[in-house]
Write a protein that binds this ligand. Structure first.
Ligand code: SF4
Length: 382
């Protein structure tokens, strides 16, 4: 775990060391739908840019205060040179705030290649798949140019297998946690997923296999803790101290749909057929497996998905983690809350900020929430 913690806490140093050891480029990508396989397949290191812990200084003038903490942190990291290790940047999503952060990189580091693939967000239209196919093909060309290497189908197929294996292992940790028989705290689970976003995938898989060998699996799950689901928090990892307070208050986090969580590893890329086409299938399917309000789809909705997840993990309460000023989440949240209330599921909204939130106030709120569930247990969603 110490190795993963070091990498997750300081992805830029990991990328610098990797680059020195391999003499290969490092490509930064952005949440939440970029297929890292395509970068890995040309021999570069794909790294999903993380929020930095440091206070925002020079970047303050680049994006307004009402941008989410993640985007303001990215703009700041770009302006102080923290992202200079990256040889290029790629983005597939088009949350308006994320685009602002990408523009801040373009402005402060004009010499760096930045490619915006813009995957279609209306998922059900007849032209969605062909258009995403086209964007992935453009992305391939762009990455080949920046990395100065040709991408072959065979290399991409190998990378797809490597990432699928890593996702499967991470989902196995999720299954163990849901059963309640293996104690994996919310901050440990976040560490497992966050490190997979920034580390060489083969190295990460080797560490996961070692951890799986050593994990203690009990015969029985503890029955004195309130089983909770963590929901929301797009694009970046909630601060570990928030996750720790949630569990110190008598809650046991057994599942989540966080981006730095189950959302990231929900879907594998098909391993048969054309590997480039498989990446667009992955893009379309992951919104069905873990629906997201940044995509528009008629087939599924997040509230139904959440209620079904609660039933599967036997969670009796939901803690909603919302990054301040995250518009897609703010706009969808009333729907989610209505659905939870209609099913008698108790929930607590925690708004997070880059600058941090008062932990003792959070502790009091969490303890009250857990006590309320103990006194008035919600029915398990049917
Ligand atoms: S989806 Fe939310 S967290 Fe992500 S960039 Fe947009 S506003 Fe920020």
């Amino acid at each position: 775990m110490a190795t993963l913690r070091t990498v997750a806490d300081d992805p830029v140093s990991y990328a610098l060391n990797w680059k020195a050891a391999h003499s290969r480029p490092v490509i930064g990508s952005f949440p939440m739908n970029f297929p890292s396989e395509i970068v890995h397949a040309v021999g570069a290191l794909p790294v999903i840019i993380q929020e930095s812990k440091t206070p925002i200084t020079e970047g303050r003038s680049m994006l307004a205060e009402f941008y989410c903490g993640y985007t303001r942190s990215v703009a700041d990291q770009a302006s102080i040179g923290e992202l200079d290790v990256f040889d290029g940047f790629v983005v597939a999503d088009h949350c308006v705030q994320l685009l602002g952060a990408v523009d801040a990189i373009r402005y402060s580091r004009p010499e760096k290649p930045v490619h915006f693939a813009q995957f279609t967000s209306a998922m059900d239209d007849a032209w969605t798949k062909p258009r995403v196919d086209g964007r992935i093909s453009d992305l391939k060309t762009e990455i080949e140019t920046v990395v100065r290497a040709r991408l072959t189908d065979a290399d991409l197929a190998r990378s797809i297998k490597a990432f699928n294996e890593n996702r499967r292992l991470l989902r196995h940790f999720y299954d163990l946690r849901r059963s309640g028989r293996a104690r994996i705290t919310a901050s440990e689970m976040q560490l497992l997923v966050k490190s997979s976003m920034v580390m060489d995938i083969h190295e990460h898989t080797a560490v996961l296999l070692e951890l799986l060998d050593r994990i203690v699996v009990r015969d029985e799950a503890p029955d004195d803790l309130v089983r909770l689901h963590l929901s929301g928090h797009f694009c970046h990892a909630p601060k570990p101290e928030i996750l720790d307070v949630i569990e110190e208050s008598g809650g046991l986090v057994v599942d989540d749909d966080l981006y730095t969580g189950f959302r990231y590893i929900s879907t594998d890329v098909p391993e048969d057929g054309d590997p480039l086409a498989a990446l667009s299938t992955w893009y379309l399917e992951r919104n069905i497996n873990a629906p997201c309000p940044t995509r528009v789809t008629n087939k599924v909705d997040w509230d139904t998905y959440l209620l079904e997840s609660l039933e599967a993990s036997r969670s009796v309460g939901v803690v909603v983690l919302m990054a301040k000023f995250c518009e897609p989440h703010m706009l969808y949240y009333p729907e989610l809350r209505k659905a939870l209330e209609a099913h008698g599921v108790q929930s607590l909204l925690i708004e997070t900020e880059h600058e941090g939130i008062p932990i003792e106030t959070l502790r009091t709120k969490m303890e009250t929430f857990v006590e309320r569930i103990r006194r008035h247990p919600s029915p398990l969603p049917a």
